[in-house]
Design a protein around this ligand. Structure first.
Ligand code: FPP
Length: 249
């Protein structure tokens, strides 16, 4: 990739969907109502991504830290996931959405894991948008898993320590088949990445909006993409180098 290249549409958009709890609280409703509305919004944003020309959408749906929430909320989130997976396969097939997942899937409740595997298989031939759900996902755990598998290859003599490069690490992450995100959106105003895609976000543009996730609509996605389009991506180069390299190419 040339240093100056910056497509106006972020090929890969990742979203930290925050604010479901506050959305429900504002209405005097239980938190799960907010998650329910948040799950409904996933369909809206998938369709909006297709409309905008985004090819990869990665959503932070359940972090490794989310297990610390009250048992009822965790159980409700798992049921919502199951419901989403059984009800939305038709929408995904209609829109050309291929489902994928990243995270430590083995620790999900069996019913949710089975549904997930089925939905991934049933949408595997779609090519318009890859929707990746980060489930039981933690960025540090992902790096731990990558390091373990690289160490195993070194132990088996397949790889020498001095052959390990940044590319080796990228190719052992859960996201090895997709490009790094061009744009990260975080809803509900918090300025943190919360253990999401730690390695992959190195050069990603970040857009934080005060909108709560259930209220984040197609227009808000469009505004984030316009904001992204106005950024000059430098990948660590100076402005002068960037100008020279743009002129040279
Ligand atoms: C943060 O809101 C959101 C989550 C912990 C999980 C995101 C889950 C969904 C959008 C619903 C399920 C998704 C799918 C794909 C079925 P929060 O509870 O932290 O909000 P708060 O910060 O306002 O309390």
């Amino acid at each position: 990739m040339s240093i100056a290249s910056s497509s106006k549409v972020p090929r890969h958009t990742a979203i930290i969907m925050d604010g479901n709890g506050r959305w429900a609280k504002e209405r005097g409703w239980p938190r799960l109502k907010g998650h329910e509305q948040g799950a409904l919004n996933v369909e809206t944003i998938c369709e909006a991504c297709i409309h905008e020309g985004v090819e990869y959408l990665t959503l932070y749906a359940f972090s490794t830290e989310n297990w610390k929430r009250p048992a009822l909320e965790v159980a409700g989130l798992m049921l919502l996931l199951e419901r989403f997976l059984s009800e939305k396969v038709a929408m995904m097939n209609k829109n050309g959405v291929r489902l994928a997942a990243i995270g430590r899937m083995a620790d999900l409740p069996e019913a949710a894991r089975k549904r997930l595997e089925r939905a991934i298989e049933e949408t595997s031939r779609n090519t318009r948008l890859t929707l990746t759900l980060a489930l039981n996902y933690g960025g540090r755990d992902e790096i731990v898993d990558a390091v373990r598998s690289i160490a195993a290859e070194v132990g088996e003599g397949k790889l020498k320590p001095d052959q390990i490069t940044a590319e080796t690490i990228s190719s052992h992450l859960y996201t090895r088949t997709m490009p790094d995100p061009d744009l990260l959106i975080r809803t509900s105003g918090e300025m943190r990445i919360s253990n999401f895609l730690l390695w992959q976000l190195s050069y990603t543009e970040i857009h934080v909006t005060s909108k709560l996730w259930p209220d984040f609509g197609a227009d808000d996605l469009h505004a984030a993409i316009v904001d992204y389009g106005s950024r000059e991506r430098r990948y660590g180069a100076s402005v002068e180098n960037l100008t020279n390299s743009a002129n040279a190419s």
